[in-house]
Unconditional design. Structure first.
Length: 330
């Protein structure tokens, strides 16, 4: 699947605190990935032997133009030594498959001030048959913890005004960039390797093995849940097309419903691409780095309910497919 950049802009500006949507590329029939990739890397100045940290660069002009065309004017964020160390630590946390794919496909990353959303992953290539990617981040997340950033993001699902009920996410003190980079680079892995892909053979859809294993019993298609998980309330989430903000009084019902699904977060329900990025990110941070991930609903400052996705049997039964990201094979 390949999304045009204009569509991406419309999607992420409609919900400012969301991640930017990943942009996925299909490899053309008859294309030689190894030979073609080397040529494309040379054309766009990507040296796969250079460390990922060296790819912090200026934001591509076409990405800035998308913001300006939408009436916004984010500016380049000058990185200091402390911030570069935060970036280095975030890259070091990535799983083995992410490391290998980003070496070959991540041309650059950049940071902007006054950026309305958290991040945007976009291709820098045109129609060469495979993609190199640039990821743009809102610089403010460099100075937030995962808990702080995730709580802000989750609270955008609810209307303001009711001070008695609140939602918080307790996800440890690691940099928010660690979470966001994991999520966004999963889109790069997904798009570069065709993890979630459905071909058409003799007029019939034919998902690849990874897609079949990951989505079986969970998704009917990229944006349609299996009928078992088409909860009427959850389908109204603002992360879904035509969704809305829940009133705070609905929080208990919302997370009780989420706990009956195999989704790790409300944002996981946006599409199967976001489902993969969220599940991998939360799994990696909780299982490999022993960080918490707990959604807490409080009333008048006292917790009345919580949801921990990695303690859910429905979520954990999907973990086996994630071992693909930890293979040491090329």
């Amino acid at each position: 699947m390949k999304l045009h950049k204009a569509l991406v802009v419309n999607c992420f500006f409609a919900a400012l605190w969301l991640f930017g949507n990943g942009v996925f590329a299909q490899v053309k029939p008859g294309f030689s990935p190894a030979k073609g990739l080397r040529a494309i890397q040379n054309k766009y100045g990507l040296d796969p032997n250079k460390p990922l940290l060296s790819r912090v660069a200026a934001t591509p002009e076409d990405v800035l133009k998308m913001f300006r065309d939408a009436g916004m004017d984010p500016t380049e964020h000058p990185m200091n030594k402390e911030e570069m160390q935060i970036v280095a630590k975030a890259f070091a946390v990535l799983p083995p498959l992410h490391q290998r794919v980003l070496e070959q496909h991540l041309r650059s990353i950049s940071f902007l001030d006054n950026m309305p959303n958290t991040a945007l992953t976009s291709p820098v290539t045109k129609d060469e048959g495979t993609d190199l990617f640039h990821i743009t981040f809102r610089a403010g997340i460099l100075h937030q913890t995962i808990s702080e950033w995730a709580t802000e993001k989750e609270r955008t699902c609810f209307e303001k005004g009711d001070s008695t009920t609140s939602v918080s996410i307790h996800a440890g003190l690691m940099s928010a960039l660690t979470y966001v980079l994991l999520h966004e680079s999963t889109h790069v892995v997904d798009g570069s390797t065709g993890l979630l892909k459905v071909d058409t053979i003799e007029g019939k859809p034919k998902p690849n093995a990874f897609t079949l294993n990951f989505t079986n019993g969970v998704w009917q298609s990229a944006n349609v849940h299996d009928r078992l998980y088409q909860d009427p309330l959850l389908l109204q989430s603002r992360f879904r097309p035509g969704g809305r903000r829940f009133v705070p009084a609905e929080a208990l019902t919302v997370y009780a419903a989420l706990a009956k699904t195999p989704f790790a977060s409300l944002y996981s329900m946006a599409s199967w691409h976001e489902d993969l990025a969220e599940l991998l990110t939360i799994y990696h941070l909780t299982e490999k780095y022993k960080q918490p991930f707990r959604v807490s609903v409080s009333c008048k400052g006292r917790e009345i309910a919580h949801y921990e996705p990695m303690r859910s049997a429905l979520v954990r039964q999907r973990i086996k497919v994630l071992q693909r990201f930890y293979s040491k094979k090329a």
